[in-house]
Design a protein around this ligand. Sequence first.
Ligand SMILES: [Zn+2]
Length: 64
Amino acid sequence: MSCQCHLVGGPFIAEDPDCAVHGTAATRRDREVEELKACAQREDDPARLREIIDELAYIATNIY
Ligand SMILES: [Zn+2]
């Protein structure tokens, strides 16, 4: 099923803020995942890497 984001003549000028793919929460979640990935790539401390994995798992299992 497709959303109505960026649909010409649709109900939203840009994107639906509640859209699961393009909405506010989804955009914030994508940014957090990107930041955590960047941290993991330059992290050498195994304890800190485990924390990053925990954070990613939390984000993946909490669709907000
Ligand atoms: Zn959308």
